[in-house]
Design a protein around this ligand. Structure first.
Ligand SMILES: Nc1nc2c(ncn2[C@@H]2O[C@H](COP(=O)(O)OP(=O)(O)OP(=O)(O)O)[C@@H](O)[C@H]2O)c(=O)[nH]1
Length: 292
Protein backbone atom coordinates (compact mmCIF):
# COMPACT_ATOMS: atom_id res chain seq x y z
CA UNK A 1 0.00 0.00 0.00
CA UNK A 2 1.40 3.43 -0.89
CA UNK A 3 1.85 5.93 1.90
CA UNK A 4 0.93 9.58 1.34
CA UNK A 5 2.60 12.51 3.08
CA UNK A 6 2.92 16.23 2.56
CA UNK A 7 2.97 19.78 3.86
CA UNK A 8 -0.16 21.89 3.94
CA UNK A 9 0.25 25.58 4.76
CA UNK A 10 -2.55 27.66 6.22
CA UNK A 11 -2.10 31.33 5.29
CA UNK A 12 -4.18 34.52 5.29
CA UNK A 13 -4.66 37.91 6.90
CA UNK A 14 -4.67 38.35 10.71
CA UNK A 15 -7.85 37.14 12.40
CA UNK A 16 -9.17 35.27 9.34
CA UNK A 17 -9.47 32.11 11.45
CA UNK A 18 -6.27 30.23 10.53
CA UNK A 19 -5.58 28.91 14.02
CA UNK A 20 -9.21 27.90 14.51
CA UNK A 21 -9.07 25.98 11.22
CA UNK A 22 -5.79 24.31 12.11
CA UNK A 23 -7.17 23.14 15.47
CA UNK A 24 -10.29 21.84 13.77
CA UNK A 25 -8.35 19.95 11.07
CA UNK A 26 -5.88 18.47 13.54
CA UNK A 27 -8.51 17.75 16.18
CA UNK A 28 -6.29 19.14 18.95
CA UNK A 29 -5.66 22.59 20.27
CA UNK A 30 -2.29 23.35 18.71
CA UNK A 31 -2.58 27.08 18.11
CA UNK A 32 -3.86 29.72 20.45
CA UNK A 33 -7.01 31.49 19.30
CA UNK A 34 -8.00 34.95 20.48
CA UNK A 35 -10.23 37.71 19.09
CA UNK A 36 -7.15 39.92 18.60
CA UNK A 37 -5.17 40.10 15.35
CA UNK A 38 -1.58 38.81 15.17
CA UNK A 39 -1.93 36.24 17.91
CA UNK A 40 0.13 33.61 16.10
CA UNK A 41 3.81 34.55 15.88
CA UNK A 42 5.52 31.33 14.82
CA UNK A 43 4.99 28.69 12.21
CA UNK A 44 3.35 25.89 14.18
CA UNK A 45 3.14 22.37 12.83
CA UNK A 46 0.17 20.14 13.54
CA UNK A 47 0.69 16.59 12.32
CA UNK A 48 -2.15 14.17 11.57
CA UNK A 49 -0.99 10.55 11.46
CA UNK A 50 -2.81 7.52 10.13
CA UNK A 51 -1.43 4.20 8.97
CA UNK A 52 -1.42 5.20 5.29
CA UNK A 53 -0.88 8.96 5.48
CA UNK A 54 0.75 11.83 7.35
CA UNK A 55 -0.48 15.39 6.85
CA UNK A 56 1.76 18.14 8.20
CA UNK A 57 -0.33 21.29 8.61
CA UNK A 58 1.41 24.64 9.26
CA UNK A 59 -0.39 27.48 10.99
CA UNK A 60 1.33 30.77 10.18
CA UNK A 61 1.18 34.38 11.39
CA UNK A 62 -1.28 36.63 9.53
CA UNK A 63 0.17 38.43 6.52
CA UNK A 64 0.95 42.09 7.28
CA UNK A 65 3.38 44.80 6.24
CA UNK A 66 6.07 44.50 8.93
CA UNK A 67 6.51 47.61 11.09
CA UNK A 68 9.21 46.23 13.39
CA UNK A 69 11.77 43.40 13.41
CA UNK A 70 9.53 40.89 15.21
CA UNK A 71 6.94 41.26 12.45
CA UNK A 72 9.66 40.82 9.81
CA UNK A 73 10.57 37.51 11.43
CA UNK A 74 6.89 36.56 11.54
CA UNK A 75 6.64 37.18 7.79
CA UNK A 76 9.74 35.03 7.20
CA UNK A 77 7.83 32.12 8.76
CA UNK A 78 5.03 32.75 6.24
CA UNK A 79 7.45 32.78 3.28
CA UNK A 80 9.05 29.56 4.51
CA UNK A 81 5.71 27.82 4.72
CA UNK A 82 4.73 28.91 1.19
CA UNK A 83 7.95 27.55 -0.28
CA UNK A 84 7.55 24.14 1.37
CA UNK A 85 3.87 23.60 0.71
CA UNK A 86 2.36 20.77 -1.30
CA UNK A 87 -1.01 22.48 -0.85
CA UNK A 88 -1.79 26.01 0.34
CA UNK A 89 -5.01 26.68 2.23
CA UNK A 90 -5.75 30.39 1.93
CA UNK A 91 -8.21 31.41 4.66
CA UNK A 92 -10.22 34.55 4.04
CA UNK A 93 -12.91 36.04 6.26
CA UNK A 94 -16.16 36.48 4.29
CA UNK A 95 -16.52 39.89 5.91
CA UNK A 96 -12.86 40.81 5.35
CA UNK A 97 -12.20 44.48 5.86
CA UNK A 98 -8.46 44.37 5.18
CA UNK A 99 -6.96 44.90 1.77
CA UNK A 100 -5.76 41.43 0.74
CA UNK A 101 -3.56 42.51 -2.18
CA UNK A 102 -0.36 41.49 -0.40
CA UNK A 103 -1.58 37.91 0.17
CA UNK A 104 -2.94 37.67 -3.39
CA UNK A 105 0.46 38.71 -4.78
CA UNK A 106 2.22 36.05 -2.71
CA UNK A 107 -0.22 33.36 -3.77
CA UNK A 108 0.10 34.25 -7.45
CA UNK A 109 3.86 33.69 -7.20
CA UNK A 110 3.73 30.16 -5.77
CA UNK A 111 3.75 26.98 -7.85
CA UNK A 112 1.78 25.01 -5.23
CA UNK A 113 -1.96 24.45 -5.67
CA UNK A 114 -3.99 27.06 -3.79
CA UNK A 115 -7.32 26.27 -2.15
CA UNK A 116 -9.43 29.25 -1.09
CA UNK A 117 -11.39 28.80 2.13
CA UNK A 118 -14.08 31.45 2.57
CA UNK A 119 -14.45 31.37 6.35
CA UNK A 120 -17.00 32.56 8.93
CA UNK A 121 -19.98 31.82 6.68
CA UNK A 122 -21.99 31.42 9.89
CA UNK A 123 -21.86 35.22 9.99
CA UNK A 124 -23.11 35.68 6.42
CA UNK A 125 -25.86 34.72 3.97
CA UNK A 126 -26.11 32.58 0.84
CA UNK A 127 -25.99 35.47 -1.66
CA UNK A 128 -22.85 36.95 -0.13
CA UNK A 129 -21.20 33.51 -0.03
CA UNK A 130 -21.93 33.01 -3.76
CA UNK A 131 -20.63 36.49 -4.59
CA UNK A 132 -17.42 35.86 -2.64
CA UNK A 133 -16.86 32.51 -4.34
CA UNK A 134 -17.21 34.20 -7.76
CA UNK A 135 -14.84 36.95 -6.69
CA UNK A 136 -12.13 34.49 -5.63
CA UNK A 137 -12.63 32.35 -8.73
CA UNK A 138 -11.91 35.38 -10.91
CA UNK A 139 -9.16 36.88 -8.76
CA UNK A 140 -7.04 33.81 -8.03
CA UNK A 141 -8.32 31.02 -10.28
CA UNK A 142 -7.59 28.56 -7.46
CA UNK A 143 -7.53 24.77 -7.56
CA UNK A 144 -10.67 24.70 -5.40
CA UNK A 145 -12.87 26.92 -3.24
CA UNK A 146 -14.77 25.90 -0.11
CA UNK A 147 -17.17 27.97 1.98
CA UNK A 148 -16.51 27.02 5.60
CA UNK A 149 -17.04 27.83 9.23
CA UNK A 150 -13.87 26.86 11.07
CA UNK A 151 -15.56 27.71 14.36
CA UNK A 152 -18.61 25.52 13.84
CA UNK A 153 -16.78 22.81 11.88
CA UNK A 154 -18.86 23.38 8.77
CA UNK A 155 -17.30 21.80 5.63
CA UNK A 156 -14.04 21.03 7.45
CA UNK A 157 -14.38 17.32 6.67
CA UNK A 158 -14.65 18.15 2.95
CA UNK A 159 -11.49 20.25 3.11
CA UNK A 160 -9.70 17.43 4.90
CA UNK A 161 -10.80 14.92 2.25
CA UNK A 162 -9.66 17.26 -0.54
CA UNK A 163 -6.23 17.60 1.08
CA UNK A 164 -5.93 13.86 1.50
CA UNK A 165 -6.80 13.18 -2.13
CA UNK A 166 -4.22 15.71 -3.36
CA UNK A 167 -1.39 14.62 -1.09
CA UNK A 168 1.64 13.14 -2.88
CA UNK A 169 2.75 9.55 -2.38
CA UNK A 170 5.68 9.89 0.01
CA UNK A 171 7.09 8.21 3.13
CA UNK A 172 6.37 10.01 6.43
CA UNK A 173 8.48 13.10 7.20
CA UNK A 174 8.14 12.76 10.97
CA UNK A 175 7.85 9.84 13.39
CA UNK A 176 4.31 8.51 13.31
CA UNK A 177 3.71 9.33 16.98
CA UNK A 178 4.73 12.99 16.65
CA UNK A 179 1.97 15.60 16.78
CA UNK A 180 4.07 18.71 16.33
CA UNK A 181 7.63 19.98 16.00
CA UNK A 182 7.28 22.22 19.04
CA UNK A 183 8.23 21.31 22.63
CA UNK A 184 6.03 21.11 25.72
CA UNK A 185 7.79 24.27 26.91
CA UNK A 186 6.68 26.10 23.77
CA UNK A 187 3.03 25.19 24.32
CA UNK A 188 3.24 26.16 27.99
CA UNK A 189 4.56 29.62 27.05
CA UNK A 190 1.83 29.93 24.39
CA UNK A 191 -0.82 29.18 27.00
CA UNK A 192 0.47 31.99 29.20
CA UNK A 193 0.67 34.30 26.17
CA UNK A 194 -2.93 33.45 25.24
CA UNK A 195 -4.12 34.61 28.66
CA UNK A 196 -2.22 37.87 28.22
CA UNK A 197 -3.94 38.40 24.84
CA UNK A 198 -7.29 37.79 26.49
CA UNK A 199 -6.80 39.83 29.67
CA UNK A 200 -4.95 42.97 28.53
CA UNK A 201 -5.73 45.72 26.05
CA UNK A 202 -3.99 47.82 23.40
CA UNK A 203 -0.22 47.43 23.01
CA UNK A 204 0.36 45.15 26.02
CA UNK A 205 -0.16 41.75 24.31
CA UNK A 206 1.94 42.81 21.32
CA UNK A 207 4.80 44.03 23.52
CA UNK A 208 4.87 40.81 25.52
CA UNK A 209 6.85 37.62 25.17
CA UNK A 210 6.75 34.62 27.50
CA UNK A 211 9.78 32.47 28.21
CA UNK A 212 9.69 29.29 30.25
CA UNK A 213 12.85 29.47 32.32
CA UNK A 214 12.46 26.26 34.28
CA UNK A 215 10.41 23.09 33.81
CA UNK A 216 10.87 20.37 36.43
CA UNK A 217 8.88 17.16 36.47
CA UNK A 218 8.43 15.82 39.97
CA UNK A 219 6.51 12.78 41.04
CA UNK A 220 3.32 14.61 42.04
CA UNK A 221 3.54 17.79 39.98
CA UNK A 222 5.35 19.81 37.35
CA UNK A 223 7.12 22.91 38.64
CA UNK A 224 7.27 25.65 36.01
CA UNK A 225 8.78 29.14 36.11
CA UNK A 226 8.17 31.60 33.32
CA UNK A 227 9.21 35.15 32.58
CA UNK A 228 6.80 37.62 31.07
CA UNK A 229 8.95 40.03 29.08
CA UNK A 230 7.66 43.55 28.40
CA UNK A 231 9.25 46.60 26.82
CA UNK A 232 8.77 49.29 29.48
CA UNK A 233 8.39 49.73 33.26
CA UNK A 234 4.88 51.12 32.80
CA UNK A 235 3.89 47.88 31.03
CA UNK A 236 5.37 45.86 33.89
CA UNK A 237 3.07 47.67 36.32
CA UNK A 238 0.05 47.00 34.11
CA UNK A 239 0.90 43.30 33.80
CA UNK A 240 1.21 42.99 37.58
CA UNK A 241 -1.92 45.04 38.35
CA UNK A 242 -2.94 46.55 41.69
CA UNK A 243 -1.54 44.37 44.45
CA UNK A 244 -0.67 41.69 41.90
CA UNK A 245 -4.32 41.14 40.99
CA UNK A 246 -3.84 40.89 37.21
CA UNK A 247 -0.81 38.62 37.12
CA UNK A 248 -2.59 36.36 39.58
CA UNK A 249 -5.41 35.96 37.07
CA UNK A 250 -2.96 35.16 34.26
CA UNK A 251 -1.33 32.55 36.47
CA UNK A 252 -4.58 30.93 37.57
CA UNK A 253 -6.09 30.66 34.08
CA UNK A 254 -2.83 29.53 32.48
CA UNK A 255 -2.23 26.90 35.17
CA UNK A 256 -5.64 25.36 34.56
CA UNK A 257 -4.89 24.99 30.83
CA UNK A 258 -1.37 23.69 31.42
CA UNK A 259 -2.65 21.09 33.89
CA UNK A 260 -5.11 19.84 31.31
CA UNK A 261 -2.39 19.80 28.64
CA UNK A 262 0.20 17.97 30.77
CA UNK A 263 -2.38 15.86 32.61
CA UNK A 264 -0.61 16.59 35.86
CA UNK A 265 -0.76 19.06 38.72
CA UNK A 266 1.22 22.21 37.98
CA UNK A 267 2.93 24.77 40.16
CA UNK A 268 3.36 27.88 38.01
CA UNK A 269 5.50 30.84 39.00
CA UNK A 270 5.46 34.01 36.88
CA UNK A 271 8.03 36.82 36.88
CA UNK A 272 7.91 40.07 34.92
CA UNK A 273 11.03 41.45 33.30
CA UNK A 274 11.62 44.60 31.25
CA UNK A 275 13.79 44.40 28.14
CA UNK A 276 13.43 47.73 26.38
CA UNK A 277 12.39 47.45 22.72
CA UNK A 278 13.02 43.69 22.55
CA UNK A 279 10.79 43.47 19.44
CA UNK A 280 13.33 45.49 17.45
CA UNK A 281 16.51 43.82 18.71
CA UNK A 282 17.87 40.98 16.62
CA UNK A 283 19.75 39.32 19.48
CA UNK A 284 16.58 38.99 21.57
CA UNK A 285 14.51 37.85 18.61
CA UNK A 286 17.07 35.15 18.03
CA UNK A 287 17.08 34.12 21.66
CA UNK A 288 13.27 33.95 21.67
CA UNK A 289 13.22 31.69 18.61
CA UNK A 290 12.14 34.14 15.91
CA UNK A 291 15.40 34.13 13.96
CA UNK A 292 17.37 31.20 12.65
N1 LIG B 1 -18.03 33.46 13.62
C1 LIG B 1 -16.88 32.84 13.36
N2 LIG B 1 -15.77 33.23 14.00
C2 LIG B 1 -14.61 32.58 13.72
C3 LIG B 1 -14.55 31.53 12.76
N3 LIG B 1 -13.26 31.11 12.69
C4 LIG B 1 -12.55 31.87 13.57
N4 LIG B 1 -13.36 32.76 14.20
C5 LIG B 1 -12.98 33.76 15.23
O1 LIG B 1 -12.11 34.71 14.67
C6 LIG B 1 -11.13 35.14 15.66
C7 LIG B 1 -9.72 34.94 15.10
O2 LIG B 1 -9.49 33.54 14.96
P1 LIG B 1 -8.02 32.93 14.88
O3 LIG B 1 -8.17 31.49 14.56
O4 LIG B 1 -7.20 33.32 16.07
O5 LIG B 1 -7.47 33.73 13.62
P2 LIG B 1 -6.01 33.72 12.96
O6 LIG B 1 -6.21 33.88 11.50
O7 LIG B 1 -5.23 32.54 13.41
O8 LIG B 1 -5.40 35.04 13.60
P3 LIG B 1 -3.84 35.55 13.71
O9 LIG B 1 -3.12 34.64 14.64
O10 LIG B 1 -4.01 36.91 14.23
O11 LIG B 1 -3.27 35.57 12.34
C8 LIG B 1 -11.42 34.32 16.91
O12 LIG B 1 -12.19 35.12 17.78
C9 LIG B 1 -12.19 33.13 16.39
O13 LIG B 1 -13.06 32.56 17.34
C10 LIG B 1 -15.78 31.13 12.10
O14 LIG B 1 -15.85 30.22 11.28
N5 LIG B 1 -16.89 31.84 12.45
Amino acid sequence: MSHKAGFVSIVGKPNAGKSTLMNSLVGEKMSIVTPKAQTTRHRILGIVNEEDYQIVFSDTPGVIKPAYSLQESMMNFVHGSLVDADIILFVTDINEKYDETDVIEKLQKTDSPVVVLVNKIDKSNEDDVKAKINYWQETLNPTAIFAISALLGHNIQAVFQFVLEHLPVHPPFYEKDELTDKSERFFVSEMVREKIFKLYEKEIPYSTEVIVTSFKEEEQLVRISAEIIVERDSQKNIIIGTGGSMIKKVGTYARQDIEEFLQKKVFLELFVKVISDWRSKKNYLKRFGYEQ
